[in-house]
Design a binder for this molecule. Structure first.
Ligand code: ACM
Length: 520
């Protein structure tokens, strides 16, 4: 007997037949079309540990028990996204995933994994009948940007942990993972031209204990550090690329730069010595606006763009207090020289320098909503986080938008009451149901601007999230809900059906070693 079908996200169309397909030691995988073979190997790697079956992979015929066929080449649209549709058909003798390109196949093989019993996700051999129900699935996502962010700065996660995190996003058919790589509390990516960024900037002397608002502040007096070498970054990129997930690297500027300023004090506005920040909150220390600093950041972005192949480069732009610029004589002189009226325009000028540089390299800048202040750079896209207002404004001005409102998709908020029973979180309450009911296109947005909403993204800021287990607890099951928000239209969504499916999906999460929040 095949187990009931419970897929997350639910596909666009699912027809269930009566029969089933049994996998056994004789089962094979065949592949045809560009990029299919690599996915055939990935599929075999997914299926071997729990089944113990060999799943030999071959190219060029459709005789495999599991067949993957890409019928054309992937062609990116103007924003760099490719078609992700696929069809998945199971008969008594074969499962076939067919897609216009390999990215569609990559989505289809994740659905295949969810059609098998949850134990398929186990790392070790499981005693289970490996049976697929006869189905016909036609599927494609609603949104092009289905993202999840991870802050690797406030707390650091190993290459293996980040890869697992990405693999779990792949299972939920996300296509984007945003890595927040630089912060006041730690610079986490090797930049060859400026080694002190990691030699000095990746280590803080101590870390706050308890909540930022607790007084008196207490610290653990233990140095905390970690960073990714460029080889590590290449490994993460290769891992994501194989799953057709695009990484969006973030170098947050001109605020959130205390680690860099500590490593290279000439980037700062004043001579006062800084240290890599040991507690949370917003620092007043921001970059200065000298040409040398602009060039430094362009050099950093050059190395980042050499590593990361994706279209979008995130330059942060959030929470940059203007206090230092208004106090600094040099910044005021610069402002006058550049004919700028105020510090907002100075921030805008700074971001435009980065935009020109990124655009010249054939990429696109994306930044947090604050990049609108003082005027938005031409090609820039906006990630709207404080609410949906900056997203609405950006779309009105003709810019693309990713919705990331803190009220709905910040997974560092509490997820369940009573809060005292939950791990310490930054603040707020964002329940599973609130995430599920989120609609990325605001009702009041005019029809002719709606195409600017590329999609939405969940955020995992890690001030209070110390380990990958904590990441998983805070992320899941809210990430499952977000996956469905991004895949389906509002009329296709059904919360009670979702929670029903989530029951067996939780078994999958358990097999993956994810200790999801058990509530609601
Ligand atoms: C943000 O949460 N500061 C983007």
């Amino acid at each position: 007997m095949t187990p009931p079908i419970s897929l997350i996200p639910q596909p666009q169309s699912l027809r269930v037949g009566k029969g089933e397909l049994h996998l056994n030691t004789e089962s094979t995988i065949s592949c045809s079309g560009q990029g299919a073979l690599d996915l055939g190997h990935l599929l075999a790697e997914y299926l071997r540990p729990a089944t113990g079956f060999p799943f030999p992979v071959s190219e060029g015929n459709n005789h495999g028990t599991l067949h993957l066929e890409a019928t054309a080449l992937a062609e990116a649209d103007e924003a760099g996204f490719v078609d992700e549709q696929y069809t998945l058909t199971v008969t008594a003798s074969q499962l076939c995933i067919s897609a216009p390109n390999a990215t569609g196949l990559a989505r289809g093989i994740q659905t295949l994994r969810q059609l098998l019993p949850p134990a398929i996700l186990s790392e070790s051999i499981q005693d289970s009948p490996w049976v697929l129900p006869q189905v016909e699935i036609e599927d494609s996502p609603r949104f092009r940007w289905r993202g999840q962010h991870l802050d690797v700065c406030r707390h650091f996660f190993t290459v293996e942990e980040v890869c697992n995190f990405i693999d779990q996003l792949a299972l939920h058919r996300f296509n984007i993972c945003h890595l927040h790589l630089t912060e006041d509390q730690g610079w986490r990516i090797e930049i060859k031209k400026y080694p002190r960024l990691t030699e000095v900037g990746s280590i803080r002397e101590s870390t706050l204990i308890g909540h930022e608002e607790d007084r008196p502040r207490k610290y653990d007096n233990t140095p905390y550090g970690g960073f990714y070498t460029q080889e590590d970054i290449k490994q993460i990129i290769a891992f994501a690329r194989r799953r057709h997930i695009t990484l969006v690297p973030e170098i947050d500027m001109p605020g959130h730069m205390v680690a860099a300023i500590t490593a290279y004090p000439e980037l700062g506005n004043f001579e006062t010595k800084t240290r890599v920040r040991c507690h949370w909150g917003i620092s007043q220390n921001v970059l200065n606006v000298e040409d040398s600093t602009v060039n430094f950041m362009k050099d950093v972005l050059d190395e980042v763009m050499d590593l990361f192949p994706g279209h979008f480069i995130h330059i942060g732009g959030d929470e940059a207090p203007k206090f230092e610029w208004s106090e600094s004589e040099r910044a005021q002189v610069r402002m006058a020289e550049l004919g700028l009226k105020n510090e907002d325009e100075l921030q805008s000028w700074f971001i435009r320098q980065m935009d020109a540089h990124i655009t010249k390299a054939g990429r696109r800048l994306i930044g947090w909503g604050e990049i609108l202040e003082g005027g938005l750079a031409e090609g820039a896209a906006v990630m709207s986080w404080r609410s949906e207002t900056s997203g609405m404004e950006a779309a009105e001005q003709g810019h693309d938008v990713v919705m990331a409102p803190s009220q709905r998709v910040y997974f560092d908020h509490y997820q369940s009451e009573p809060k005292a029973d939950e791990p310490l979180a930054i603040h707020g309450l964002t329940t599973l149901e609130q995430v599920y009911s989120y609609e990325p296109i605001p009702e009041e947005m005019p029809q002719n601007q709606r195409h600017h909403i590329l999609g939405a993204q969940g955020q995992l800021w890690t001030e209070y999230i110390k380990t990958i287990d904590d990441v998983n607890y805070m992320g899941y099951p809210r990430i499952c809900a977000l996956a469905e928000v991004l895949w389906l239209t509002p009329t296709q969504k059904d919360y009670s059906d979702f929670t029903q499916r989530l029951k067996s999906h939780r078994e999958r999460l358990t097999h993956l070693g994810i200790n999801a929040c058990p509530k609601p």
